[in-house]
Ligand binder design. Sequence first.
Ligand code: PMV
Length: 371
Amino acid sequence: MNEKTKITENIIGNVNSNTNESGFCQWRSPSNIALVKYWGKKQEQIPCNPSISFTLKNAHTTTNLEWKRKNASSDKHVDFTFYFQGKKNEIFKRRIQKYLNRLAIEIPHLLKYDLNIASQNTFPHSSGIASSASAMSALAAALVDMERQIKTTSDADSLDKNEHNYRTSAFSRLGSGSACRSIYPKAALWGKCSVEDSSDEYAIALEYILHPHFQDYKDAILLVDQGEKRVSSSAGHQLMNGNPYASARYARAAENTETLLSILQSGHLDDFTLLVEEEAMTLHALMMASSPGYILMHPNTLYIIDRVRQFRIDSGIPICFTLDAGPNVHLLYPGNERESVYDFITSELLRYCDGSQWIDDEMGPGIQQIS
Ligand code: PMV
C-alpha cells in the first residue's frame, strides 16, 4: 500500500458515495495543554514519543461547514471558501487546502462538493496557545459529521463510539498533531505506549483513569505576548531531526508518559508538579539546543515562573506551570484552590501579561456539536 493512501483504513473502513445534495453542521473544539509534550515527528504527524494533555474549555474554535454537491467532481483538489473571524483568510486557506487535498485520499467524496468553512476562535492564533489544535479538530469533527450525513450506506455509520472518536482524532492529527488530543473530555493520551488501544495514529480518552484530584483542574493562561511566534511549531518539530539530545528526549518522554499515567491515577500532586515542570523546561531546552537555537520564552515568562514557584512554597497550594511552544504560561491547579489563585494572579502576575490579558480556563468536555 502506498504510504500516502488510506493510512487510517484500519479504523475508517471504506467510504461509499452519497445521496444528499447539500447540508450544514457546526462543531466546537477546544485547545488542549500538553503535560508530556509532543516534540519531534515522523511523516504525517506520527509522533516520536507519546504525549498526554488536559483538554481545555474556554479557548476553543467553532467551525461551520456547509456543503453543496457539484455538477462534476474535481480531480485531486477540494473546492472551498474559508472565513476566519468573519473574513477571508488566504494564509489559513492555503494550509486548509493542503489538509483537505490530503484528506480527499481517505474520503474521496470531498471532491464532489463545494465547501464553505467559517471558523471563529475565542483566543489569539499562533501565540503559543494551541490554536491549530482547536481549529483542526473542529474542522475534522465537521468533516466526519458531513460524511455521516451524506451517506446512505457506509461503514462510517456502523462505527461504534470509540471507533468514531478514533476516526475524528486521526483526521484531526493529519491537520495538526496535537489536535488529535482535543476531542476527548478532560484528558487524552496520544502515541503508542503500555496502554491498551494507544496508537500513534489517534488519541484515546483518559478521563476514566483520573483520580478525583484531577477531575476538576483549572488552567490560567497568562498571555505574556499575543503576537505571532518567531519560530512555528512545524519548524520546531523539524529541528528535532538534527538535535543531538533527540533520542534521550524521546526515551525520557516515553518514561514520563508511564509515570504520569500512574500519577493521574494515584492523585499525587507533588509528583505531578515535578513532572509537568520538567516537561515544560525540557521543551524549551530542546529549542535552545537546536541548530540554529532559538528562545521563545520572554523575560516576563521567567518572572512568572519564579513567582509561581515562590507562591507554591509560601501558600502550600499545589500550583504548577507549563509552557507550550511560545512565551505564554499555563498555570495548572486544582479547582478548589481557585479563589486564592485568582487573587494571586490578579494581584501579582497580570503586570507581566500583554495588556494584563489572561484566559481563565479549565478542563472541558472536548468536541461538541453545536447544531
Ligand atoms: O501540533 P503541533 O504540530 O502544533 O505541535 C504542538 C507541540 C506542543 O504544543 C509544543 C506540544 C504538544 O504536545 O502540544
